[in-house]
Design a protein around this ligand. Sequence first.
Ligand code: FAD
Length: 299
Amino acid sequence: DNFRRHASEAQKAAILPKACSGEYIGCLGITEPNAGSDAMSMTTRAEKKGNTYVINGSKTFITNAPLADVMVFYAKTDLGKGPHGISTFFCYPKTTKGFVCEKIKKWGMRTSPTGLVTFDDMVLPEDNLFGGINQGVQILTSGLCTERITLSGCSLGSMRVCLELSLKYAKERVQFGKPIANFQFIQGKLADMYTRYLSSKWMAYSAAAFCDGLENKAGGKGTDLDRMAAAALLHCGEAGTAVVSDAVQIHGGYGYCQEYAVSRHYLDEKLWHIGAGTSEVRRMIIARELLRDDFASGR
Ligand SMILES: Cc1cc2nc3c(=O)[nH]c(=O)nc-3n(C[C@H](O)[C@H](O)[C@H](O)COP(=O)(O)OP(=O)(O)OC[C@H]3O[C@@H](n4cnc5c(N)ncnc54)[C@H](O)[C@@H]3O)c2cc1C
């Protein structure tokens, strides 16, 4: 999305058709080993040399980096300007010298590999910078809004499937001579799961609809979208972990076994408290935007 909104027509023509067809897998590099929540303190450096940039630094926890064909990442082009010295680049990991990726072992979200990327004197043509020199901070923060709404959908999917699996299991599993769905403790969990799922769905859908109504879907600091996207993922992430936990509980010991899908959702769901800015960071964003002088309640 960052690339679509900010790259030139020629850059988009080279990458987007292949990204849309699935021929190219993409990844996005913001986080660094020493710059997580405080992403603006990144130290990856892009130094101009003639008509190239020489990139040095590292990015960590990068989803799909071990198999990516194209990577969008942020680096400092002016160290003295803090966040206003960040620019946006893209590179082709599989064919660019100086790009090194090491796979990180994780206990959840096993369907996509995650990598620690090192840029070791990686030379890129100057045309691989997009969105303007030192304009990266707006691209980065704005892109996080659409990412947060998208990830809300991932959490929603887990909640829905866990609710469906739990309803089915509760009707089939017999204890004390009756399906466990007859017991009020189980019914209470099912009701809570449904309520959390539905409230999450409305938050995610309303943020998505609001975003769709904006010209160029621009978010970032000082926009209503920033608050709404952060609130959607905050709620979906926290409601989601409660829902998957209830699903495992309804499945009893079987829910603790890999054979049962609810166990995978239990592991995956925790990521939605962490990725794209942690729950704590989302609360900070929501509060900052609520305290803006022109905040209009009701949205
Ligand atoms: C599986 C996975 C996939 C990921 N994919 C990507 C990706 O594709 N691209 C990418 O760039 N990044 C990715 N990330 C990184 C993710 O965005 C970061 O992990 C996240 O932003 C937190 O950074 P950190 O891990 O360094 O934690 P830290 O920033 O070190 O935070 C540690 C704890 O301190 C809290 N904390 C920090 N600052 C404050 C504060 N001011 N007030 C209160 N609490 C605070 C945090 O909320 C957290 O609880 C991924 C992470 C994971 C686990």
